[in-house]
Ligand binder design. Structure first.
Ligand code: GAP
Length: 455
């Protein structure tokens, strides 16, 4: 079975996971809307992440910071001055590309172009005669830096002084609240601040569905620690990030670490976890040693101390930061790609089935009356189960077609109501993956489902 991005996109659209953004206006490039089952999947992924990295971590605290921050934040972070994609236009066909992406594609990922200067990028493209992927010509404009932050303005006058940016990453909300969180929780280093929220980037390269969008959610946490412990924490966070990726259902053989060769001057280490998407191995998330860079910069630009006071030794210092960052939408895409399957059945038919982890599945149970005149009892069962779980209810079409529909949205269990149900209060429970069926008392259903969907 060939798993292509087109198949995933089509299933997402036809089953209500994801729709093209502003579709009735012919769409809006690199924007996507989550539909009824997509929003459930994404919320479940965010919940699983929060459970793992905030709820189950004794020294981890959540925040939900403002998207619009004082513009000085982006001066301190370096985004205003230097965070720009090196872009070049093909003079023949007028298509625009990122120079580093062109090199990475040409070298099949063997050249770390991200760390190259503009001069190095231009020289490499010229030396290797890298042509326009769209029209095949070699006629490039010089590279220009492109600031991917979206600008808006505060107040009624659109003067430069009123410029405000939509945040391109959530982590700055964690840095600026470092001491607020530390003081109110009385946390001692090492401790982490976590956040899930929207980020915005004026991306110019092809999006590849949810992989790269201009508006996306990030799930990030920063661990603040003593520098002497930082590498141990970096390794621990790396392992925890990989474990989480496996626990949401990504297969080990589709995951790998990619350590960065070139590091920022303040960093001791940096790596990505890559996932084997249908478009190839690509970054799923990053784990970065950031030294004291971010807090020191905020200290410098705000004029406020960002030092931690050790309550035992009375020592004051700016902690080192280890960052973990993953895009919720990109993880949704990886989970969808992993779960997609086409199975050949004994009767010669093929079924499309999403083997989603039951804890992530949009609906945990679908309630299906065998015939319409059983709907009263079926609605009773639905009302009972939906107090505990997201459930679907479907009474239209043959039972076989209804099972297929639930398979395609990854519902782990289907509960069928038949005439015996009226007599003995039992139902048929059908398992999505094995397609095995068992008979169960209605009052045992909630516990049965609970056990199935543990994360
Ligand atoms: N605070 C660090 C940071 O933002 P990043 O590597 O630029 O680092 C972190 O982004 C993660 O956010 C990526 O690994 C990816 O999962 C996700 N991400 C970044 N840009 C994205 C985009 N345009 N669309 C979807 N996800 C994106």
């Amino acid at each position: 079975m060939e798993k292509t991005m087109d198949k995933i996109v089509n299933l997402c659209k036809s089953r209500g996971f994801v729709f093209p953004g502003s579709e009735i206006y012919n769409g809006f490039a690199n924007t996507w809307d989550f539909g009824p089952v997509g929003v459930e999947l994404k919320n479940n992924i965010k919940r699983a992440w929060w459970k793992r990295f905030v709820q189950e971590e004794p020294n981890s605290y959540g925040v939900d910071a403002a998207i619009l921050m004082n513009p000085k934040v982006w001066e301190a972070s370096g985004h205003v001055q230097s965070f720009g994609d090196p872009k070049m236009d093909c003079k023949k066909c007028k298509q625009r590309f990122r120079a580093d992406t062109l090199i990475e594609a040409h070298s099949k990922g063997s050249v770390a172009a991200e760390a190259m200067s503009n001069e190095e990028l231009e020289k490499y493209i010229s030396d290797h005669h890298i042509c326009c992927p769209h029209c095949g010509n070699f006629d490039w404009t010089p590279i220009r830096k492109f600031n991917p932050m979206f600008k808006t303005s505060r107040g009624s006058l659109e003067a430069e002084a009123d410029v405000v940016y939509l945040r391109p990453e959530t982590c700055q909300g964690e840095y600026v609240n470092f001491l607020n969180v530390q003081r109110t929780t009385r946390a001692k280093v090492p401790f982490s601040i976590a956040q899930i929220g929207k980020s915005f980037r004026n991306e110019i390269t092809p999006g590849n569905f949810l992989f790269r969008t201009i508006e996306f959610e990030q799930m990030e946490f920063q661990t603040f620690c003593r520098d002497e412990n930082s590498m141990e924490i970096y390794e621990k966070n790396k392992a925890a990030a990989l474990q989480f990726a496996k626990d949401v259902g990504l297969k080990e053989e589709n995951l790998r670490f990619h350590d960065h060769d070139k590091l920022a001057h303040y960093a001791k280490a940096a790596c990505d976890i890559q996932y084997k998407f249908p478009i190839g191995w690509e970054e799923l998330n990053g784990i970065h040693h950031r030294g004291t860079w971010d807090l020191s910069r905020h200290q410098e630009f705000s004029g406020k101390s960002m030092q931690y006071l050790d309550p035992v030794s009375n020592e004051k210092f700016v902690p080192t930061v280890i960052e973990y960052s993953i895009g919720a939408d990109r993880l949704v895409l990886a989970v969808l790609c992993e779960a997609y399957d086409e199975e050949n059945l004994e009767n010669g038919e093929t079924r499309v089935v999403m083997h989603l982890h039951p804890a992530l599945a949009p609906y945990k149970v679908a309630v299906l009356p065998l015939q319409k005149n059983l709907s009263e009892k079926a609605r009773e069962v639905y009302a009972h189960l939906s107090k505990h779980f997201m459930c679907d209810y479907d009474e239209a079409g043959s039972i076989g077609k209804r099972y297929r529909r639930q398979d395609e949205i990854g519902t782990p269990l289907c509960v069928t109501i038949d005439f015996d149900t009226l007599e003995d209060n039992t139902v048929t429970v059908r398992d999505r993956d094995s397609m095995q069926q068992i008979r169960l008392q209605i009052d045992k259903l909630v516990q049965y489902v609970e056990d199935k969907i543990k994360f």
